[in-house]
Design a protein around this ligand. Sequence first.
Ligand code: ADP
Ligand code: MG
Ligand code: MG
Ligand code: MG
Ligand code: MG
Ligand code: MG
Length: 706
Amino acid sequence: MGLLALGTALDWPDAKKQADHVRSWGIRQLLEIWNKAKGKERDAMLWGDEVEYLVVTYSEDDPKVLLSLRQADILAALAGDKDLAKAAHTPNGFAAQLSQPPPVFHPEFGRFMLEATPGKPWGIEFKELLEVEPNMKLRRIIAKEHMRPNEHPITLTTFPTLGSPGVFSSPHYPPSGSRLRSQFVPDEIANPHIRFPTLAANIRSRRGRKVQVNVPVFRDELTPWPWKDPTVNYDLHQWPEDDDVRNGAAPDNFIHMDAMAFGMGSCCLQITFQAKNLTEGRQMYDQLSPLGPIMLALTAATPIYKGFLADTDVRWNQISNAVDDRTPEEMGEKPLVNDRWRIPKSRYASNSTYISEDPRLRPEYLDPDLVIDESIKQQLVDGGMDDRLATHFAHLFIRDPIVIFSEDLQELDLNKTDHFENIQSTNWQHMRFKPPPADNSIGWRVEFRPMEIQITDFENAAFAVFIVLITRVILSYNLNFYIPIKRVDENMETAHARDAVLDRRFYFRRNLFRPSRSSASGASTPTTNPSRPPTPTGPVEDEYRLMSVNEIINGTAYARATKFKTKPQSTSTPETETETDETQDDDTEDEDFFPGLIPLVESYLDSVNIDVQTRCQLARYLDLIRLRASGELCTAARWIRQLVASHPRYARDSVVGEEITRDLVEAVIRVGEGGAEQGGCGGNGKVVGGRGREVRGVRELLGRFL
Ligand code: ADP
Ligand code: MG
Ligand code: MG
Ligand code: MG
Ligand code: MG
Ligand code: MG
């Protein structure tokens, strides 16, 4: 959105002077939409996914894999292809059944990235859920067809050696550029559209130093300790920001990165829902919020940065740090003199407040210290917005607009939302509440943003469909997932741990059917009375407890049955006993019973009219998620770690070099395209790599779905 605005982008000091201007026009545009759209009713239950790709070069005989920087050429080739509509007739056949127009391809921050969405949003029919996977496969095929023979779209969250010398298809090295001022990546890494380099430069400039993306390194047997990032150059004197590392930006035992590309260059899987009206949209936003960290842990796929194994499994905090524009005053490092607030989080972070007027939302769930712009809130309230939603937007509007085009400041156009979107779309939270566009043509939407992209379209479809189904369950059973928003933040941190899906516990609501625990007697049945009125409430702390992802997804009964059988063995991790809390786990009395999200989805599916074929296919998706949650299958992060650990060139020192990267990317291509070539999973159970070698360990990732 807003991508095509053209004009003169202001550099930071000039942009800062216009920040209040943009905010005040943004608020007027927001109120305009609010007044037009607040009463919108009966919008269709639509949804859509977004899949992001890295474009790599690979060929069987090439000892190197590289990132291709040809995004613009590839998008131009796609846009210029009049036969794209006919691409539905690929030799693979499966695309022919699609009821969809051709997929849509979008640019992304990294010049080595692409994004693809379905040609139109998906509808409410269960049958349509079966079109998602073939559609994702079709997108991959179409993208590939518009690349060079040695270029491939892959769905890996990050390129393992991004930031090492010489990883681009065009030789941009040594890096040096006035916009990023990175010592690891060139400016050419960013999409050349003026918006992107300006975004990166102005974030750096507002912050007063480069962004600092420090990821704890994974300590393997032979990793030197303390570990100093060997790629950091302390002797550069080209930009003032070269001082950052001399001032402690690169602490011991952390992989150090210094540019937006290290975060915004990662790929994710996002799902947007249209609600039937404002109230339902706000309910979906709140109820999906606590699921964010759980789904982040479950989709973990990011164990390598800049050629080193990390001690974390997911991308989230790296993106957060990569776009953190807070000044030292806002971060609390200096007394507040010029800035207005201390701000506890980056503008890319888990969301900080709930927005529904649901009576089950207890005040204790909200953050009493939420930073908001009081005058903006007042304007919204004066304009007729209720207190709670005004609070949400007044929180988003504590941020400055980063990219401002001077031409846009001439005249306020209330038939546009550009100034509102300027702030809204650079608040990257794990949920996004999307108001209708200025023409009011579509409804209130909610976007679920935390999930990591998966290697195959089968997995991406499975996670997309799961989120759709759980949303339907939430609405049908009127489920209550509320926990204090601060606990969601804590869960987000927890989700970063290596193997969090197996080893960590997350705060989660005990009883999804009742407003509070005081009424929780027989918590066991998914059949419910959604119209039950709120009952008296006990202490908030009694409403939730720590649960494993297995308990949350599969339920306590399944979790108890699978827990000790199935943990995938790490070959590189010195397997310290992680099961230190067995007793805690086993003292589950009935009051700790939790039905599990998948059993809830299943009981919902049992209650609706759905044909056998559809039900079977959905069951496969649910199975994948069940097995990932229980550890019977491993996450992409674990699979990648195992691939590295078992590679002959791996020296147990946390270093992921060129050859390992090459073989990893080859495996990812084979696994990702393999599924596509077969027109579905259920091939011969083997994925063959270059020179006929079988790709190792894929069974642990995909099991019988291979
Ligand atoms: P953004 O990048 O701002 O999140 P995109 O336009 O890339 O938005 O994609 C958002 C997703 O929302 C796409 O999958 C698209 O199909 C879907 N979508 C578009 N219109 C609607 C709608 N009215 N309701 C639900 N989803 C929609
Ligand atoms: Mg976008
Ligand atoms: Mg998008
Ligand atoms: Mg995107
Ligand atoms: Mg999106
Ligand atoms: Mg926030």
